[in-house]
Write a protein that binds this ligand. Structure first.
Ligand SMILES: Cc1ncc(COP(=O)(O)O)c(C=O)c1O
Length: 427
């Protein structure tokens, strides 16, 4: 920002902007804390009904079990988002470039950094997970003789970019098969072993999902990272698209060098925002992908990786309200809710011969993301019918070793949704 702009916005103008943002924030916070208190106190129906369902704008009859693809924004967060958008449109220039935006936006960064267990200087607010893996594929100092390695459980958003840049940058990309059948009782040791067996003398980068998007296998990242480094791997890049907001994440405890997530899944923020952790000591090695005027301001912290110019400020502020909503319900409550749903789904699956549980059986190695096979049925065809006839949204997967419906329940779901899913699957 030029100094003349800055001067113009000091004083009364700045105070008015801050007051407006503060008011929206307070309203959102009040709505959100009321949600948490009232719901836990008044839910008399137990697990059959989600205490939080009415705080989402989902169609009344829809059984939305696809939060792993894209989440839904709680109503108090939607209201706050709309208010920020309206505020922005009262003076587009003022609400894009003025100084008063900086503090509320940086407060969102600090809150997100605390959630991930890193310093705010290590956290960039980006668009999504895919973007950050593109930053890595372009910006890490890799060349001839170096190899990037990942398993077949890696999502395309964290895979394709490497092959795209390999040819021009001179490095190689290799992937190894992670068999999808027989995962239910795989041990932690076996998961670690599979990664270690694949590492070769040229492997410099190991990419892995914290939880993959097909069967919901929760990788023992810290163990894999330590053993991989001992074999000469330089950088551990973790795709956290399916964990942040679902299970507690501490990027330091995971021992990740880089970690990225998409906030529109389990954090339930408005679409188009992601978070990227870049370990402080590695920031001098990783070149940014977007570069504009911000580089000279943000040298020395992770904001150099989000320097793409004009931003969706209203959406970024609403991320703060999404974090507030999740915190108001509480990590323990949320995890208990996911666990309860998972247990019920397992009971239902095991009670029906036509259904097969294909995900890890333990919560320690699993997630609120479960692959259910339906014997003698094509999952793609079945998913289409379930939506058309019963308003049930699940994601089908037809992959080598896996033909399954992926069920990914979140706070808006309850046991009744799972029962409707099972009834439709076996109909
Ligand atoms: C594990 C994983 N990684 C990456 C992505 C890509 O997410 P985005 O499109 O938000 O970048 C997804 C999307 O489903 C995912 O599940």
């Amino acid at each position: 920002m030029t100094s003349s702009r800055r001067q113009l916005l000091q004083g009364a103008g700045a105070a008015a902007v801050l007051a407006q943002i503060g008011m929206i924030r307070r309203q959102a916070r009040a709505a959100t804390s009321a949600v948490a208190e009232i719901d836990t106190a008044t839910n008399t129906e137990g697990p059959a009904r989600s205490p939080w369902r009415r705080h989402y704008g989902l169609e009344a009859d829809l059984v939305y079990l696809n939060h792993a693809s894209v989440g839904t924004v709680p109503l108090p967060v939607q209201t706050a988002h709309e208010s920020y958008l309206r505020l922005c449109e009262t003076n587009p220039w003022l609400y894009m470039w003025s100084e008063p935006w900086i503090e509320p936006r940086e407060a969102v960064r600090k809150r997100a950094a605390a959630l991930l267990g890193c310093d705010w200087e290590e956290l960039a607010i980006i668009h999504n997970t895919t973007e950050f893996f593109n930053v890595l594929a372009q910006g890490l100092p890799l060349g001839a003789g170096d190899e990037v390695l990942f398993s077949s459980l890696n999502h395309s958003g964290a895979s394709v970019c490497w092959s795209h840049h390999a040819a021009t940058r001179g490095y190689e990309v290799r992937h190894f098969e992670f068999p999808l059948d027989g995962l239910a009782d795989l041990s932690e040791d076996e998961i670690v072993e599979r990664h270690l067996r694949a590492i070769g003398p040229k492997t410099r980068v190991l990419v892995l999902p914290h939880v993959d998007n097909t069967v919901g296998l929760r990788h023992p990242v810290a163990r894999i990272a330590a053993a991989a480094r001992a074999r000469g791997v330089r950088w551990i890049a973790v795709d956290g698209a399916q964990t942040v907001g679902m299970v507690p994440v501490d990027v330091r405890a995971l021992d990740a060098d880089f970690f990225a997530t998409s906030c529109h899944k389990w954090l339930q923020s408005p679409k188009g925002l992601g978070l990227a952790y870049v370990r402080r000591e590695l920031q001098s090695e990783l070149r940014p992908m977007w570069v504009t005027w911000g580089q000279k301001f943000w040298q020395g912290d992770a904001r150099v990786y989000e320097d793409y110019g004009t931003r969706a400020m209203a959406t970024e502020l609403a991320l703060g309200d999404a974090l507030e909503f999740q915190a108001a319900i509480g990590a323990t409550e949320r995890e208990a809710h996911y666990l309860g749903l998972r247990r019920r789904l397992r009971e239902l699956v095991e009670a029906h011969d036509q259904l097969v549980w294909l995900s890890p059986r333990s919560w320690a190695l699993g997630a609120s993301l479960i692959a259910v096979g339906v014997r003698d049925r094509s999952s793609a065809e079945l998913a289409g019918k379930m939506f058309e006839r019963h308003g049930i949204v699940v994601r089908p997967f037809s992959l080598p070793g896996l033909d399954a419906l992926r069920v990914s329940p979140n706070l808006a779901n309850d046991e009744r949704d799972l029962e409707r899913f099972v009834d439709a699957a076996i109909a």
